[in-house]
Design a protein around this ligand. Sequence first.
Ligand code: ADP
Ligand code: ASP
Ligand code: MG
Length: 415
Amino acid sequence: MALIVQKFGGTSVGTIERIERVADKVARFRDEGHDIVVVVSAMSGETNRLIGLATDILPEGPTPRELDALVSTGEQVTSALLCMALHKRDVGARSYNGSQVRILTDDSHTKARIRHIDDVKLRGELTQGNVVVVAGFQGVDENGNITTLGRGGSDTTAVALAAALKADECQIYTDVDGVYTTDPRVVDGARRLEKITFEEMLEMASMGSKVLQIRSVEFAGKYSVPLRVLSSFEDGPGTLITMEEDAAVEAPAIAGIAFNRDEAKLTVLGVPDIPGVAYRILGPIGEANIEVDVILQNIGEDGKTDFTFTVGRGDLARSQDILSQTVTELGALELRVDSKIAKVSVVGVGMRSHAGVASLMFRALAEVGVNIQMISTSEIKISVIIEEKFLELAVRTLHSAFELDAEPEEQPTAV
Ligand code: ADP
Ligand code: ASP
Ligand code: MG
């Protein structure tokens, strides 16, 4: 008998029929004698619908506190409905919202971080033989205000509960049957990975693969939570997120390709090439709490240089406002912005021991005429910024160039 945390995403609980199917699955695990804690998302589309209602009233945006009070209701609906479906199957089940469990968070509304989880009530329910169904995505701050954990946050609720309860496994059930070499909705030949390391999964999530929320992967790595991504709709082994790194020689250079359309580029042309300019440009951006991603500064000529960086698209207008003042102060020539860009990243721990990954990537993109605007690297990833219209072509090209469509070759057997 094991203690398992199972999370079902929005599509998996998107209709009453699907909630009934989830109840069948949970009941099956319960029949096998396991202790089950379920975490549910809101029905697919519900969180967006609720945000839409809020902006109908206040187009400039509601206060974050009221927004959290509103959007947390989506998950409460599905947690209660799933309990009812379990009762119909004679399975004892009780729903809890984040505040009832006491998932204590900081007070950063809409992007709160979990500080502590009280496991007393959950353990009590399990001891009485009940399935506990927890509303994902939410918590409560010290003053009793409802908070939410950022989009996709139910993944983090599940992993955090698994860590707090020292669960044997945290299973993330979703609308694909595992983590793929790239988004299977974009590349037909994408292949399910049997396993991927935490480090790679974290990089994939950070670079745009939204199959798991970034914070859930951070949490799982930090607390060594055994984590698996599986299909809600069909049985299968899914993908295990693992601590082990295959021996470097065996690991393929690249585990997967992630991409992100959510960035915008700002270039300040003709800034003086003197110490302190990067700080004067990026300092005010940082003070405004805007995250900067890729940064590029060219070699100067005639005492002038260009300075380029990217921010999330949602932060473009604010960044532009801030920079227009900096441009005047610095006596720079011009500010240019481009929101039609995309970032494509190849990710893999195998990169540490394989030479030539960057040149293969750049050659493959050159062969299909995709111009690289910016490059950034870490130990296990290479990212390029390209024109958004080339995104799908670039991802498909790199997927074949790194031979990700093919099944891994079988090891030759000794005779
Ligand atoms: P849920 O509602 O269950 O949380 P999400 O939409 O958040 O589901 O995440 C699942 C989606 O993630 C898939 O439908 C798929 O399109 C997308 N995705 C992006 N990159 C990958 C990847 N590398 N492997 C699998 N799915 C991916
Ligand atoms: N319902 C929330 C969202 O749509 C949280 C989640 O589904 O994980 O982002
Ligand atoms: Mg999700």
